[in-house]
Design a protein. Structure first.
Lengths: 285, 177
């Protein structure tokens, strides 16, 4: 017994080092996007506040770009108005939308919540955005996030009271169900960690005709994003001879260097299909 | 200015510079991510106890991790270099009694070559462990070695610039304790 105490006393510094190292490695390998840790909510709140201060200044330098993209987003929306379309022939007929005003949110599936970006990184192997809207303002984990032009940006992973953390497309664990707009072939979009603004679409079979400049959109299969949001355009098709699928490089439509506002997409109808799937799985077990 | 106050200011300054300057600058290349915040650990006084040193290193690493949302990734390398710092200082210190005559490691107290050996070794170790932990999660070991070397080179250049820009006034204390 005496020897044990002696050992501890002699090697106390080393043991202390091992202890601290153990804590940090434990934190590193335990923090992932599915699990919320106790400290991450508090830390998110504090760093969010500091980042907000920084962003208040930085925001002014990007006002012009932000304004330009808002004008663009507005133009896209105006072009979807009914009075922009006119039918000269009587064969086709313009149907008046019969949807009722949805006051009890009965038919609404997706609800967009705007949020201010206060922190953003692109140079790390795993990039996160921090946004100024949290659980008190209706954000929860696993919601999809798009930029103001409705191009895909990422997924909410961690929420504190007033701030939340978004895993951007530029993250090694990011995996978004996507499809080619032209042929409808589905695959998934990941990031290889090399170039910001270039992501990779995999699982596209070699039988499909792909060309540079093709649009890649969300598939609508996951409960995060509605069908048809633009992810990016094809820039390079890598023909890997060892596999039966293409690896396609896609330039992201969203510009991750200057994100100032994003939309969080809240899927109001995601619980029902989820529970159905759960019960089916239970029966099969 | 008292040593405590000075180090508190340094702590916040290094964190803010790392988070809002170095991490915000568009990357030179995807292999280059410069770090200077761990200079805080290298600049702590000679007299500090080893446990306090490791705790402070843990604190600054964790603080940076909170900003970057990579809990533990920067903490581990910081604790490592804090553990190894006293050994290196004992090895490299050339002037007799420099530890008691001067307050903290610097070019003046240790001499140019020993000081830069000290900084270079700890920088390399820090980057090595940091990128190794990243590579464990992501793979790419050749990429990881290149990244360690290139990022260390750029970080050392930045540290050299910091040393030249912010000359730390070191008093020679005659009455050695």
């Amino acid at each position: 017994m005496r020897n044990i105490f002696l050992f501890i006393r002699i090697y106390f510094n080393f043991l202390f080092f091992l202890f601290l190292m153990g804590i940090s490695l434990f934190m590193l390998f335990n923090y992932n996007r599915y699990q919320h840790t106790v400290y991450s909510a508090t830390a998110g709140e504090i760093t969010g506040r500091i980042s907000k201060q920084y962003n208040d200044v930085e925001y002014y330098f990007q006002l012009k770009k932000t304004n330009d993209s808002l004008v663009k987003a507005n133009a896209v929306l105006y072009n979807k108005l009914k009075q922009d379309y006119e039918m000269p022939d009587t064969v086709s007929k313009l149907a008046v939308d019969t949807i009722q005003i949805d006051t009890i949110l009965h038919q609404r599936k997706y609800l967009y919540l705007p949020a201010k970006v206060v922190g953003n990184s692109v140079s790390q192997p795993n990039n996160y955005l921090q946004i100024h809207r949290g659980s008190l303002q209706g954000v929860s984990a696993d919601l999809g996030v798009t930029d103001i032009n409705n191009y895909v940006v990422g997924t909410v992973v961690d929420v504190s009271k007033n701030y939340s953390v978004v895993m951007s497309l530029l993250h090694r664990q990011s995996n978004i169900s996507a499809k080619l707009k032209k042929t409808g072939e589905t695959g998934s979009v990941i990031w290889d960690g090399v170039k910001p603004n270039v992501v990779i679409l995999k699982d596209i079979s070699k039988e499909v005709k792909v060309a540079k400049g093709d649009s890649v959109i969300t598939s609508g299969f996951s409960d995060k994003f509605p069908l048809g949001l633009l992810i990016g355009t094809v820039t390079e098709i890598v023909n890997d001879k060892t596999s039966s699928t293409y690896t396609i490089k896609v330039k992201t439509a969203a510009n991750f260097y200057n994100l100032q506002y994003v939309n969080i997409i809240n899927n109001l109808q995601k619980d029902e299909p989820k529970q159905l799937l759960k019960s089916v799985k239970k029966i099969n077990e | 200015m008292s040593s405590l106050l000075k180090n508190i200011i340094r702590f916040s300054f290094f964190i803010l510079v790392q988070v809002y300057v170095l991490n915000q600058v568009p990357p030179l290349h995807h292999l280059v991510t410069p770090y200077v915040y761990f200079l805080f650990i290298l600049w702590l006084p000679f007299k500090i106890g080893r446990r306090a040193l490791m705790l402070l290193a843990f604190a600054i690493g964790f603080c940076l991790d909170c900003f970057m949302k990579t809990y533990g990734l920067h903490t581990a390398p910081c604790v490592l270099i804090a553990y190894l710092r006293p050994f290196l200082i004992n090895l490299l210190i050339s002037q007799e009694g420099a530890e008691s005559n001067y307050n903290e490691p610097s070019i003046k107290s240790m001499g140019f070559t020993p000081y830069f050996t000290y900084v270079a070794i700890l920088t390399l170790l820090h980057h090595f462990l940091l990128f190794f932990l990243q590579a464990l999660q992501m793979g790419g070991y050749f990429y990881f070695i290149l990244k360690t070397l290139l990022s260390s080179a750029i970080s050392l250049l930045l540290i050299l610039l910091t040393e030249l820009l912010f000359v730390r006034k070191q008093r020679f204390r005659t009455n050695t304790v």
